[in-house]
Design a protein around this ligand. Structure first.
Ligand SMILES: [Zn+2]
Length: 210
């Protein structure tokens, strides 16, 4: 096993600087159970720095990441265990009241899914990704044919967020929390090059957050 140099250097820097600056917060955090202010479900993409964007400190955000920030439908019951177990823990145990689905521009998972659903010839020999991105079939079906090609991927990224919120309501324990106003669900789409965030309004259209 070789420990990469960047890992050691960055860890040492963090320990000497950031950790020292926030030592009290870390120590306090270890004494009490976590009490996050929100759960964020986002993509595995390395360009999404949700804690930076939303000023996260220790214990603020309970994070789940998967390829293309998908919440599978209840019908995809062989694919939803990991995401739903994270949600179940966040809502039932941690009693989180804000659930944020944070999608993004330039999403490789959505783009791959678009290409493969459009033409099966584009499919790669991926043992797991192909099963996972098949969860996006419903969102794909909603892409308008007359949309300019360049806008279709963005539409698909945003449609996936809408569909994920609809899928959440298929799960009784989540639907109940929403109906009782104990859970606030937000759909956000983040544009990497501009830093713009759009929010889904009334599960209908995306408007600028600021
Ligand atoms: Zn992505």
């Amino acid at each position: 096993m070789e420990i990469p140099k960047f890992l050691i250097e960055r860890y040492q820097f963090w320990k000497k600087n950031t950790f020292e600056d926030y030592k009290d917060i870390y120590q306090q955090a270890s004494k009490n159970p976590q009490k996050p202010i929100a759960m964020i479900i986002t993509c595995c993409d390395s360009r999404i720095l949700e804690n930076t964007i939303f000023g996260g400190s220790v214990g603020d955000y309970f994070i789940h990441r998967n390829i293309a920030n998908i919440i599978p439908s209840k019908n995809d019951n062989d694919k939803n265990i990991q995401t739903l177990s994270a949600i179940e823990y966040g809502l039932k145990v941690l009693k989180i009241q804000n659930l944020i689905i944070l999608g993004h521009s330039n999403c490789g998972g959505v783009e791959y899914s678009y290409k493969t659903l459009l033409d099966k010839k584009n499919i790669n020999d991926f043992e797991y990704i192909n099963q996972w991105t098949s969860c996006l079939q419903n969102s794909f079906n909603n892409i308008p044919n007359d949309l300019p090609e360049i806008e279709k991927i963005t539409f698909f990224e945003q449609e996936n967020i809408k569909q994920s919120i609809k899928n959440l309501r298929e799960y009784d324990f989540i639907d109940k929390l929403i109906n009782e106003n104990k859970l606030n669900v937000l759909g956000l789409w983040y544009q990497i090059n501009s830093g713009l965030i759009k929010i889904l309004e009334n599960n209908n259209s995306f408007i600028d957050l600021d």
